[in-house]
Design a binder for this molecule. Sequence first.
Ligand SMILES: Cc1cc2nc3c(=O)[nH]c(=O)nc-3n(C[C@H](O)[C@H](O)[C@H](O)COP(=O)(O)O)c2cc1C
Length: 193
Amino acid sequence: MPKDKPCVLVIHSSRFGQSTKIAQAIVDEMAACGVDSDLQALSVTTAPDPQRHDAVALVISVRYGHFDANAAKFLAAHRAWLDAHPSLLVTVSLTARTEAKRDPAVHSYTKKFLEETTWVPTHTEVVAGMLDYPSYKIWDRLAIQLIMTMTKGPTDPKTVIEYTDWDRVKELADEFAKLVKDAPGVSENLNRR
Ligand SMILES: Cc1cc2nc3c(=O)[nH]c(=O)nc-3n(C[C@H](O)[C@H](O)[C@H](O)COP(=O)(O)O)c2cc1C
Protein backbone atom coordinates (compact mmCIF):
# COMPACT_ATOMS: atom_id res chain seq x y z
CA MET A 1 0.00 0.00 0.00
CA PRO A 2 1.42 3.46 -0.87
CA LYS A 3 2.40 5.59 2.11
CA ASP A 4 3.15 9.23 2.56
CA LYS A 5 5.46 9.06 5.59
CA PRO A 6 8.58 7.07 6.38
CA CYS A 7 8.01 4.11 8.71
CA VAL A 8 10.38 2.86 11.41
CA LEU A 9 10.27 -0.65 12.87
CA VAL A 10 10.64 -0.01 16.63
CA ILE A 11 11.54 -3.22 18.48
CA HIS A 12 11.52 -3.51 22.26
CA SER A 13 12.69 -6.23 24.61
CA SER A 14 11.61 -5.61 28.18
CA ARG A 15 11.30 -7.61 31.42
CA PHE A 16 9.72 -5.01 33.70
CA GLY A 17 8.28 -2.65 31.09
CA GLN A 18 10.80 0.20 31.09
CA SER A 19 12.20 -0.50 27.61
CA THR A 20 8.65 -0.76 26.29
CA LYS A 21 7.87 2.63 27.85
CA ILE A 22 10.99 4.14 26.26
CA ALA A 23 10.18 2.57 22.87
CA GLN A 24 6.61 3.96 23.09
CA ALA A 25 7.97 7.44 23.90
CA ILE A 26 10.21 7.23 20.81
CA VAL A 27 7.21 6.16 18.68
CA ASP A 28 5.07 9.04 20.00
CA GLU A 29 7.75 11.66 19.47
CA MET A 30 8.64 10.42 15.98
CA ALA A 31 4.92 10.59 15.11
CA ALA A 32 4.95 14.25 16.16
CA CYS A 33 7.88 14.69 13.73
CA GLY A 34 5.98 13.11 10.82
CA VAL A 35 7.50 9.61 10.99
CA ASP A 36 5.31 6.52 11.42
CA SER A 37 6.37 3.45 13.42
CA ASP A 38 5.46 -0.18 13.91
CA LEU A 39 6.09 -1.09 17.55
CA GLN A 40 6.89 -4.78 18.05
CA ALA A 41 8.12 -6.90 20.96
CA LEU A 42 11.35 -8.71 20.07
CA SER A 43 10.86 -12.41 19.34
CA VAL A 44 12.55 -15.11 17.27
CA THR A 45 10.42 -14.11 14.29
CA THR A 46 10.99 -10.32 14.40
CA ALA A 47 11.91 -9.10 10.93
CA PRO A 48 11.84 -5.83 8.99
CA ASP A 49 9.42 -5.64 6.06
CA PRO A 50 11.50 -4.27 3.16
CA GLN A 51 8.31 -3.01 1.46
CA ARG A 52 7.23 -1.04 4.51
CA HIS A 53 10.15 -0.15 6.79
CA ASP A 54 12.73 2.57 6.16
CA ALA A 55 14.69 2.18 9.41
CA VAL A 56 14.90 0.24 12.64
CA ALA A 57 15.17 1.17 16.32
CA LEU A 58 16.08 -1.55 18.82
CA VAL A 59 15.39 -0.86 22.52
CA ILE A 60 16.78 -3.57 24.82
CA SER A 61 17.41 -3.86 28.56
CA VAL A 62 20.25 -5.46 30.50
CA ARG A 63 19.52 -8.32 32.87
CA TYR A 64 22.41 -9.86 34.77
CA GLY A 65 24.89 -8.45 32.31
CA HIS A 66 23.14 -9.66 29.17
CA PHE A 67 20.59 -8.54 26.59
CA ASP A 68 17.80 -10.76 25.21
CA ALA A 69 19.57 -13.38 23.06
CA ASN A 70 17.00 -12.75 20.30
CA ALA A 71 18.62 -9.34 19.71
CA ALA A 72 21.88 -10.88 18.43
CA LYS A 73 19.86 -13.41 16.39
CA PHE A 74 17.80 -10.61 14.83
CA LEU A 75 20.95 -8.72 13.87
CA ALA A 76 22.59 -11.80 12.36
CA ALA A 77 19.48 -12.73 10.37
CA HIS A 78 18.86 -9.23 8.92
CA ARG A 79 22.35 -7.78 8.79
CA ALA A 80 22.39 -6.91 5.07
CA TRP A 81 19.10 -4.97 5.36
CA LEU A 82 20.22 -3.27 8.58
CA ASP A 83 23.52 -2.16 7.08
CA ALA A 84 21.64 -0.49 4.23
CA HIS A 85 19.16 1.43 6.42
CA PRO A 86 19.28 3.96 9.27
CA SER A 87 19.35 2.24 12.65
CA LEU A 88 19.18 3.16 16.31
CA LEU A 89 20.29 1.05 19.27
CA VAL A 90 18.99 2.05 22.70
CA THR A 91 20.32 0.08 25.67
CA VAL A 92 18.55 0.36 29.04
CA SER A 93 20.28 -0.42 32.34
CA LEU A 94 20.89 0.81 35.87
CA THR A 95 24.64 1.30 35.47
CA ALA A 96 23.67 4.04 32.99
CA ARG A 97 22.25 6.12 35.86
CA THR A 98 25.56 8.03 36.05
CA GLU A 99 26.32 10.33 33.14
CA ALA A 100 29.86 9.04 32.61
CA LYS A 101 28.48 5.53 31.94
CA ARG A 102 26.05 6.81 29.30
CA ASP A 103 28.89 7.07 26.79
CA PRO A 104 28.45 3.97 24.55
CA ALA A 105 32.25 3.70 24.33
CA VAL A 106 32.38 3.38 28.13
CA HIS A 107 29.19 1.44 28.93
CA SER A 108 30.54 -2.11 29.20
CA TYR A 109 27.36 -4.05 28.24
CA THR A 110 26.77 -1.91 25.16
CA LYS A 111 30.42 -2.07 24.13
CA LYS A 112 30.49 -5.86 24.50
CA PHE A 113 27.20 -6.28 22.59
CA LEU A 114 28.45 -4.20 19.67
CA GLU A 115 31.80 -6.00 19.64
CA GLU A 116 30.19 -9.44 19.72
CA THR A 117 27.55 -8.71 17.08
CA THR A 118 29.91 -6.49 14.99
CA TRP A 119 26.81 -4.34 14.26
CA VAL A 120 27.45 -0.65 13.66
CA PRO A 121 24.12 1.16 14.27
CA THR A 122 23.79 4.64 12.81
CA HIS A 123 23.32 5.89 16.38
CA THR A 124 23.73 4.26 19.79
CA GLU A 125 22.18 5.67 22.96
CA VAL A 126 22.69 4.39 26.50
CA VAL A 127 19.64 5.17 28.66
CA ALA A 128 19.15 4.78 32.41
CA GLY A 129 16.30 2.47 33.45
CA MET A 130 14.11 1.95 36.47
CA LEU A 131 14.96 0.69 39.95
CA ASP A 132 11.91 -0.87 41.62
CA TYR A 133 12.94 -3.08 44.57
CA PRO A 134 9.36 -3.74 45.80
CA SER A 135 8.41 -5.44 42.51
CA TYR A 136 11.47 -7.75 42.43
CA LYS A 137 11.47 -11.32 43.70
CA ILE A 138 13.78 -11.84 46.66
CA TRP A 139 16.79 -13.24 44.72
CA ASP A 140 16.58 -10.51 42.10
CA ARG A 141 16.34 -7.88 44.85
CA LEU A 142 19.40 -9.26 46.62
CA ALA A 143 21.35 -9.34 43.35
CA ILE A 144 20.42 -5.75 42.50
CA GLN A 145 21.28 -4.65 46.05
CA LEU A 146 24.70 -6.24 45.57
CA ILE A 147 25.19 -4.45 42.23
CA MET A 148 24.07 -1.21 43.89
CA THR A 149 26.45 -1.69 46.80
CA MET A 150 29.31 -2.18 44.34
CA THR A 151 28.31 0.87 42.28
CA LYS A 152 27.37 3.11 45.25
CA GLY A 153 23.64 3.20 44.49
CA PRO A 154 20.54 2.93 46.73
CA THR A 155 20.08 -0.34 48.63
CA ASP A 156 16.96 0.44 50.69
CA PRO A 157 14.43 -2.26 49.62
CA LYS A 158 11.62 0.32 49.53
CA THR A 159 13.39 2.35 46.82
CA VAL A 160 11.57 3.04 43.55
CA ILE A 161 13.44 5.44 41.23
CA GLU A 162 12.94 6.07 37.54
CA TYR A 163 16.36 7.24 36.33
CA THR A 164 15.30 7.62 32.67
CA ASP A 165 15.98 11.09 31.28
CA TRP A 166 12.74 11.61 29.33
CA ASP A 167 13.87 14.93 27.84
CA ARG A 168 16.85 13.16 26.29
CA VAL A 169 14.64 10.30 25.01
CA LYS A 170 12.43 12.87 23.28
CA GLU A 171 15.43 14.68 21.82
CA LEU A 172 16.83 11.36 20.62
CA ALA A 173 13.55 10.53 18.87
CA ASP A 174 13.57 13.98 17.19
CA GLU A 175 17.14 13.40 15.99
CA PHE A 176 16.39 9.92 14.68
CA ALA A 177 13.18 11.04 12.94
CA LYS A 178 15.18 13.75 11.14
CA LEU A 179 17.91 11.28 10.23
CA VAL A 180 15.32 8.89 8.74
CA LYS A 181 13.56 11.64 6.76
CA ASP A 182 16.90 12.86 5.37
CA ALA A 183 18.28 9.39 4.58
CA PRO A 184 19.07 8.76 0.90
CA GLY A 185 16.15 7.23 -0.96
CA VAL A 186 13.55 7.59 1.81
CA SER A 187 11.57 10.55 0.50
CA GLU A 188 11.92 9.35 -3.11
CA ASN A 189 10.29 6.02 -2.19
CA LEU A 190 7.21 7.52 -0.52
CA ASN A 191 3.92 6.90 -2.37
CA ARG A 192 5.68 4.45 -4.67
CA ARG A 193 5.12 1.46 -2.43
C1 LIG B 1 16.82 -9.14 37.70
C2 LIG B 1 17.46 -7.90 37.20
C3 LIG B 1 18.77 -7.92 36.74
C4 LIG B 1 19.37 -6.74 36.29
N1 LIG B 1 20.68 -6.77 35.90
C5 LIG B 1 21.29 -5.61 35.58
C6 LIG B 1 22.68 -5.60 35.26
O1 LIG B 1 23.34 -6.62 35.23
N2 LIG B 1 23.24 -4.39 34.97
C7 LIG B 1 22.52 -3.22 34.97
O2 LIG B 1 23.10 -2.16 34.72
N3 LIG B 1 21.21 -3.22 35.25
C8 LIG B 1 20.58 -4.37 35.55
N4 LIG B 1 19.26 -4.38 35.84
C9 LIG B 1 18.50 -3.13 35.72
C10 LIG B 1 17.60 -3.11 34.51
O3 LIG B 1 18.33 -3.10 33.32
C11 LIG B 1 16.68 -1.89 34.62
O4 LIG B 1 15.85 -2.07 35.77
C12 LIG B 1 15.83 -1.64 33.41
O5 LIG B 1 15.02 -0.51 33.66
C13 LIG B 1 14.96 -2.84 33.09
O6 LIG B 1 14.30 -2.57 31.89
P1 LIG B 1 13.07 -3.46 31.43
O7 LIG B 1 11.97 -3.19 32.40
O8 LIG B 1 12.77 -2.99 30.07
O9 LIG B 1 13.53 -4.88 31.44
C14 LIG B 1 18.64 -5.52 36.29
C15 LIG B 1 17.31 -5.52 36.74
C16 LIG B 1 16.73 -6.68 37.20
C17 LIG B 1 15.33 -6.64 37.72
